[in-house]
Design a protein around this ligand. Structure first.
Ligand code: ADP
Length: 257
């Protein structure tokens, strides 16, 4: 059984009664299962119209540019950017369903780690005012799932950008560890993470609340998915952070496994 209780207090704050519920674990598990199934079906169904919308917005932008109608072409471009954000949210929901069903399979092959870092940074740099600096020790070829590792790098860099609204510098460092692992780190000078929340950020749906100045959009899934990918790649992911000063998210994956 799963118990939950809430205290009822009198005007002096003294507890006078507890009201509780007791749910059978089986019932709870069944509910979780139904929720996961619903998420899986809903995100899958959302994906098809999103793919069409993306094609239409790109088609529209191209044609408007051809007609020198830059004002409307810019609107179509903004539409496309929002479709990208929606697609990435839906992809995260799909990934969570895959993780829960044990269906997130890694497609391993040999690839050039340095080239991937360069590619991801270049793409992120195109859509941000932050300056992304890279201090890269050559790693060379590694064996792993290129797309999934790229997803983790993208997630860490886009978080660094999102959670540093008052700074404009991001530092990426790569190096080869003594154990022969590829080490990738993203350092930002943003809001940071309170000491007692550092481990929790890798949990599903967990979001640190508390910034009075800013609200940050998100579902709290990116780091959970990233940590599952890195764990399944035989590596580890961790964070160093000081609240109010910034964070450094790192992952290490074996060069061959
Ligand atoms: P999301 O960003 O969608 O909320 P994530 O799983 O990527 O989800 O991150 C979980 C939480 O960890 C975020 O809500 C935020 O509170 C915290 N976090 C992640 N990256 C950073 C960062 N670079 N700086 C400060 N906090 C961060």
């Amino acid at each position: 059984f799963l118990g939950r209780a809430v205290p009822i207090k009198d005007e002096n704050g003294e507890v006078i009664q507890w009201i509780g519920t007791c749910t059978e674990i089986n019932e709870f598990k069944q509910f979780q299962q139904q929720k996961d199934n619903f998420l899986g079906i809903a995100s899958h169904e959302l994906k098809t119209p999103l793919t069409s919308l993306k094609l239409y917005s790109q088609f529209l932008e191209k044609n408007l540019r051809k007609q020198d109608d830059d004002k409307n072409a810019d609107v179509a471009m903004k539409m496309d950017e929002q479709i990208n954000k929606l697609t990435s949210l839906v992809n995260d929901l799909l990934d969570v369903t895959k993780i829960q069903n044990g269906k997130i399979l890694l497609n391993r092959s040999e690839f050039d780690f340095d080239e991937l870092v360069h590619e991801v940074v270049e793409e992120q740099q195109m859509s941000t005012r932050h300056r992304i600096y890279v201090d890269a020790e050559s790693i060379g070829t590694i064996t792993g799932d290129r797309n999934r590792i790229s997803q983790v790098m993208t997630n860490l860099i886009s978080n660094a950008i999102k959670y540093s609204p008052d700074s404009d510098k991001i530092q990426i460092t790569t190096k080869l560890t003594e154990e022969g692992c590829a080490h990738f780190a993203v350092k930002d000078y943003g809001i940071g993470i309170p000491e007692d929340k550092k481990d929790k950020v890798f949990e599903q749906y967990y979001r640190v609340s508390g910034s009075k100045e800013y609200t940050f959009p998100g579902l709290g899934l990116g780091l959970y998915i990233s940590s599952e990918i890195i764990k399944r790649s035989g590596g580890r992911i961790f964070v160093n952070s000081v609240e109010g000063k910034g964070s450094e998210f790192c992952f290490e994956v074996p060069k061959t496994n």
